[in-house]
Design a binder for this molecule. Structure first.
Ligand SMILES: [Zn+2]
Ligand SMILES: [Zn+2]
Ligand SMILES: [Zn+2]
Length: 261
């Protein structure tokens, strides 16, 4: 936000007010080494939010929608573009179609990568992080994954962008995890419309549901992100609305600590 070609009231206000109302596309960097998604705004995030990708060792893709997935940018990790050269191969994990696209987008002569296909419900180790992938309720035409990621310190993060409301089997599946923090998409203000995205009331219900089954500690951080401009809300308004249910509104450059119980 503001969206590329949009003149809605919210985008016009965001262009004027700037600050936290300027939002690039969703992504996260864990402990400086594990990147979740690689959106087309990554260079802008590095420039404007002091993000350091020089120690990044792995990228974990959720799905191939282009607001999350800009694989050709990864070529700039290659020795031709970097001084001093990075000698380690970049470990790249994601659904099969994503890995195929990465393979087509990158020239192995330019950048060294190790590509790994991920299947839903098959745990995988990613540079020392235990990653449990499961199917998101997002786009039935392709594999879209959400992740429970357990770090070397034992803290577990649920990364749920993108997804709509989970089916019952997924809620049951999540009951076996002890989650210390959640990052979740919140694309819509109200329920209804496209079922593959979550709304403010659903994100609030998600917190209650995870807490009621004991998966999420009361007081654990839950951060909403991936806000659509058509929600009609500026950052301050989102922050106020979400705080009612103890949910934080993400902004570009936000840093959070997820600690084990
Ligand atoms: Zn707009
Ligand atoms: Zn998507
Ligand atoms: Zn998205």
């Amino acid at each position: 936000m503001p969206a590329l070609f949009c003149r809605c009231v919210t985008c016009v206000r965001a262009r004027a007010l700037r600050g936290k109302n300027i939002r690039t596309r969703s992504s996260a960097l864990i402990d400086g080494v594990l990147k979740i998604d690689f959106p087309p705004d990554t260079l802008s995030q590095v420039i404007h939010h002091d993000v350091d990708l020089t120690e990044m060792k792995a990228v974990l893709f959720t799905h191939g929608h282009d607001d999350h997935f800009s694989p050709s940018e990864l070529q700039y990790r290659g020795s031709y573009f970097v001084s001093p050269p990075i000698t380690s191969a970049l470990e790249i994990f994601g659904p099969r179609d994503v890995i195929q696209s990465v393979s087509c987008s990158l020239d192995p002569e330019l950048v060294s990568t190790a590509l790994h296909c991920i299947e839903p419900d098959r745990p995988v180790s990613v540079i020392g992080y235990q990653v449990f992938p499961f199917t998101a309720n997002h786009d039935p035409s392709r594999v879209c994954l959400n992740y429970v990621i357990k770090g070397p310190d034992g803290a577990s993060l649920l990364y749920a962008s993108d997804t709509g409301w989970y089916p019952e089997r997924t809620w049951k599946l999540l009951e076996k995890f002890q989650i210390d923090g959640v990052i979740v998409e919140c694309t819509k203000r109200e329920e209804g419309g496209y079922p593959g995205h979550l709304s403010v009331p659903e994100v609030a219900r998600m917190r209650k549901r995870l807490e009621s089954t004991g998966s999420l500690r009361p007081g654990a951080p839950m951060i909403a992100t991936h806000f659509g401009h058509l929600m009609g809300l500026l950052h301050d308004e989102l922050e106020t609305l979400l705080s009612i249910d103890s949910i934080q509104a993400a902004y570009d450059g936000m840093t959070i600590d997820i600690n084990p119980a």
